[in-house]
Write a protein that binds this ligand. Structure first.
Ligand code: SF4
Ligand code: SF4
Length: 102
């Protein structure tokens, strides 16, 4: 939960991530605290980390800390307003699969 301009915002949850070669992925879930989505145009998971070691906290479920894809219908002021998102591969890129053009 975060406060912005006096308004309490719930962080969007990463419900599922199919990118199993990412360091933060365990059992099709993301276990870092928060991810960042996007360069300005594409909904790529910017937190993706290809590694043989595993990171994150097995007991936590990630949220979307920031999203730079202003063209998405769920994006307001570069924050994700969707209650939850899914992440997975799209044409070999780890992308937010909840992205929809506004
Ligand atoms: S959401 Fe991003 S950081 Fe988290 S496991 Fe998937 S690709 Fe990795
Ligand atoms: S649903 Fe849209 S606003 Fe939310 S993280 Fe994905 S691309 Fe960004």
């Amino acid at each position: 939960m975060r406060e912005k301009g006096g308004v309490i915002m719930e962080m969007s949850k990463v419900m599922k991530c199919e990118v199993d070669d990412c360091a933060y992925n365990m059992d099709s879930c993301c276990h870092t605290i928060a991810i960042t989505i996007g360069d300005s145009a594409l909904p790529r998971c910017d937190t993706f980390c290809q590694s043989t070691i595993k990171g994150g906290d097995a007991g936590s479920m990630a949220g979307v800390g920031a999203c730079k894809v202003s063209a998405c219908m769920y994006n307001t002021n570069l924050e994700c307003q969707s209650p939850e998102v899914d992440v997975g591969y799209n044409e070999n890129e780890p992308n937010c699969l909840t992205f929809e053009m506004a």
